[in-house]
Design a protein around this ligand. Structure first.
Ligand code: SF4
Length: 393
C-alpha cells in the first residue's frame, strides 16, 4: 500500500477528480498535505453533487442506546467505559430500552443504534434475546447494532466465526451494523491508543466483509486527530475503499475528530475546523464508491456541521436524541428536528428526513406519515402498516 504523497501537482489531481477519475492513496496524501481548503471544498462539493441530489441534504432521527457501559477494553481515547466490577457499570434492562424506543418513536424516529461497552459476561444469547425483545415489541423500528469489537468478542467467546455470529444476530432481527471501533484502521496507531486489542484493522475489515456477505449493510467510520501521522488516515481510507470495491456494502462514511476531555489523552492537541473540513473534503474526493458522507455536527458543533454540507457531505446524521460517548469526553450538542431543518435550509438546501439505510427520503410534511407508520407498527399484527413511502427527490 503506497501511502506517501504522490508528488503530483494538486491542480492536476483535482482536474482528474473533475473528469471523474479515481485518485490514488498517494494523491489523497498530497491533497491533505498541500491542498488549499477552499479548492478542496469546491471539488468535494462537485463530487457530492454528482453522487447525490444537489438540492437536498438529509438527516435521520434515531437514538444511540448504550445498553452497557461495562467494557473489558481500556481505549485511551475513551471516557465512557467502566471496568467490570465498577459500581458505575450498568446493563440496561430490556424494559428501559423499550421505553427509550417509545420516546424515539414519539419524536418521529425510525431507528435505534445499539452499542456497548464490550461486556465480558454477556453471551450471544443475550444479544439475540435483546434483538428479539425489540423485534417483537417494535417490529418496524430499524435495528442498527453491535459494532465490530462486540461481534469479534462474542465470536471469540462462543468459538464461532464472524459470519456465524452475524447470521444468528440477523436471524434475531439485526438489520445493519455500525462502523464503530474503526478509529483509524492502521495497526501502528491502534497499538498506541489501545484499540488494537479490541479489534485489529484486519479484523474490523473482516467483520464488515462478513456482515456484507450476510446481506447486511454497514456504515464506515473514522476517528482521527490523536497525534497520528497523515499516512494513518490515508491507510484507513484506502482499506475502506478497497472493501467497498469488493462488497459494495457500506451505506455511508462518517468521520469525526477525537474529543479528548476526561480521557487518558488530554495532552493531545485539539483538531480544529480547518483540518476537519479538509479531511472531510479529501474523504469525499477519495471515496468515490461510497454514496453518502455525513458531517459531524456532534463533534464540530452546529455551525461547522452545517458548513460540512459545502465540503463534500450530503447528510447531517442524526438529531441525536441521546448520546453518551462523545459527551463523556466533554463535547455535548443537542438539536431538535426543527433546528436540524432550519440549519439545512439556511445552507440553501432542502431538508429531507431519511430512514437508516437511506431507502426513504421524506419532506417535513411527510415526516408525520413516516413516523405514524413506524409508531403504528407496534405489534406483528399491524407490521404491514410500515410499508414503504414513495421516495421523493
Ligand atoms: S471505545 Fe468502546 S471498546 Fe474502547 S473502552 Fe470505550 S467502550 Fe470499550
Amino acid at each position: 500500500m503506497h501511502l506517501q504523497p504522490s508528488g503530483r501537482p494538486v491542480a492536476e489531481i483535482l482536474e482528474d477528480v473533475r473528469q471523474g477519475e479515481r485518485i490514488s492513496a498517494g494523491d489523497a496524501h498530497t491533497l491533505l498535505e498541500a491542498g488549499d481548503l477552499l479548492e478542496l471544498g469546491l471539488a468535494a462539493h462537485q463530487v457530492r453533487d454528482r453522487l447525490n441530489d444537489p438540492a437536498v441534504a438529509t438527516y435521520n432521527i434515531d437514538r444511540n442506546i448504550n445498553y452497557t457501559n461495562v467494557c473489558v477494553y481500556k481505549c485511551r481515547f475513551c471516557a465512557f467505559y467502566r471496568q467490570p466490577g465498577d459500581p458505575e457499570g450498568y446493563v440496561l434492562p430490556f424494559e428501559e430500552i423499550g421505553r427509550k424506543i417509545e420516546e424515539t418513536l414519539a419524536l418521529n424516529g425510525t431507528g435505534i443504534l445499539l452499542q456497548g461497552g464490550v461486556h465480558p459476561d454477556l453471551p450471544l444469547s443475550f444479544y439475540e434475546d435483546l434483538l428479539g425483545y425489540i423485534r417483537e415489541n417494535y417490529p418496524a423500528v430499524h435495528l442498527h447494532a453491535f459494532s465490530p469489537p462486540e461481534v469479534r468478542f462474542v465470536a471469540k467467546k462462543e468459538r464461532m466465526s464472524f459470519f456465524e455470529v452475524i447470521a444468528r444476530l440477523k436471524k434475531a432481527g439485526l438489520q445493519s451494523i455500525p462502523g464503530g471501533g474503526a478509529e483509524l484502521l492502521s495497526d501502528g496507531v491502534r497499538k498506541e491508543v489501545l484499540a488494537y486489542t479490541k479489534v485489529s484493522a484486519d479484523e474490523w475489515i473482516e467483520v464488515m466483509r462478513q456482515a456484507h456477505a450476510n446481506g447486511l449493510r454497514t456504515s464506515a467510520t473514522m476517528m482521527y486527530g490523536m497525534g497520528e501521522p497523515l499516512t494513518a488516515r490515508i491507510e484507513h481510507l484506502q482499506r475502506v475503499r478497497e472493501l467497498q470495491d469488493e462488497t459494495g456494502g457500506f451505506t455511508a462514511f462518517i468521520s469525526w475528530t477525537f474529543q479528548h476531555d476526561h480521557t487518558d489523552m488530554e495532552d493531545v492537541p485539539e483538531t480544529y475546523a480547518h483540518e476537519y473540513l479538509k479531511t472531510l473534503a479529501v474523504s469525499r474526493l477519495f471515496l468515490d464508491n461510497i454514496q453518502h458522507l455525513q458531517t459531524s455536527w456532534v463533534t464540530q458543533g452546529k455551525k461547522i456541521g452545517q458548513l460540512g454540507l459545502m465540503f463534500g457531505a450530503d447528510d447531517m446524521g442524526s438529531i441525536m436524541i441521546e448520546e453518551n460517548v462523545v459527551s463523556a469526553a466533554g463535547t455535548s450538542y443537542r438539536m431538535s428536528q426543527d433546528e436540524m431543518e432550519h440549519l439545512i435550509a439556511a445552507a440553501g438546501l432542502s431538508p429531507r428526513q431519511r430512514t437508516n439505510l437511506y431507502e426513504r427520503l421524506v419532506t417535513r410534511e411527510e415526516t408525520l406519515e413516516l413516523a405514524e407508520r413506524y409508531r403504528c407498527a407496534l405489534t406483528p399484527q399491524n407490521q404491514d402498516l410500515a410499508s414503504p413511502l414513495p421516495i421523493v427527490g
